[in-house]
Design a protein around this ligand. Structure first.
Ligand code: RIB
Length: 298
């Protein structure tokens, strides 16, 4: 079976649900508080694993109870965590989420995730070399991502880069990825001077822009193709993008053409938003197969 290697963040999400957002200097009452597992790397690893992929993750947690629970959760989702770093130098990563009308605002504190350095990753060059597909996001140091992108380009290992949260990266590095999947806001950071169409044309079959409830768009070399999202009532949109990325990677590994892999990502994301927490609604393959829209041959 082919292996997906996720190199990325893992966190605990501290979620406050509120009907009112505080202004600066204001205190308001919230409705509820909960903790859930999160971190874009861990979310994408779990999303792919639940859809039946063999997933290994390289991550970093603190020597605290949060770190223990994060790795236990990954293990219980059949994600191989043998290359995780556990450090006493930092606490485990956390994300502080305000959930308001089903949508989220997030402050991420990377902490131990920042110790996923180039030196640490270099120890696992052979693991990277053996991967069939690599997934990266932006919650670990930029130099580490750049090193992984260069490594994968040199060894022709397919790489999906989800540039979230937004940060600057050169077009030359983006060009070395196999796919990159920003949303519209992240596109603003990546290409502030370009229209979406100009950027899509620059990266045919490589740049996939997710456009929230509308779906995702890419340029196939001849025309722009919009793959529509599946309409659903959202309880919590946290982790929908991660579910999309994990499922898209599984679709590509299953040999689906890009538009079909995007459709699989959209279908998985439509399940994801129906559950609370980033991983709460992430579907298994069996869940997806209950949908009449699951017409994929695997
Ligand atoms: O993409 C959603 C994730 O972003 C959350 O789980 C949170 O951890 C933040 O990193």
């Amino acid at each position: 079976m082919k292996t997906i290697l996720v190199i990325g963040s893992s966190s605990t999400d501290f979620i406050v649900t509120t009907k009112q957002l505080p202004a600066s200097g204001e205190t308001v009452f919230g409705e509820a508080f909960a903790t859930r597992f999160g971190g874009k790397g861990a979310n994408q690893a779990v999303a792919a694993s639940r859809l039946g992929a063999k997933v290994t993750m390289i991550g970093s947690v603190g020597a605290d109870s949060f770190g223990e629970k994060i790795t236990e959760n990954l293990l219980s989702n059949q994600v191989d965590v043998q290359y995780f770093k556990q450090t006493a130098q930092q606490s485990s990563g956390s994300a502080h989420i305000t959930l308001y009308k089903g949508d989220n605002r997030i402050v991420v504190v990377p902490a131990a995730n920042d110790l996923l350095t180039v030196a640490y990753l270099k120890q696992y060059s052979s693991v990277l070399n053996a991967a069939d597909f690599v997934i990266l996001q932006n919650e670990i140091p930029q130099e580490s991502n750049l090193w992984v992108i260069d490594f994968c380009a040199e060894k022709a290992i397919p790489l999906l880069y989800n540039p979230a949260p937004a940060r600057k990266i050169s077009a030359a590095s983006l060009a070395k990825t196999t796919y990159f999947t920003p949303n519209e806001q992240e596109m603003q950071q990546l290409f502030p001077k370009n229209s979406l169409s100009e950027s899509l044309r620059q990266f045919p079959n490589q740049l996939i822009i997710t456009i929230g409830q509308k779906g995702a768009i890419f340029f196939d070399g001849e025309k722009e193709i919009m793959v529509p999202a599946f309409a659903t009532e959202a309880v919590d949109t946290t982790g929908a993008g991660d579910t999309f990325n994990g499922a898209f990677a599984v679709g590509i590994l299953q040999g689906l053409p890009i538009a079909e892999a995007i459709r699989l990502g959209n279908l998985a994301a439509s399940f994801s938003v129906q559950g609370f927490g980033a991983q709460g609604g992430m579907p298994t393959l069996a869940d997806l197969k209950t949908s009449a829209d699951f017409t994929f041959k695997f």
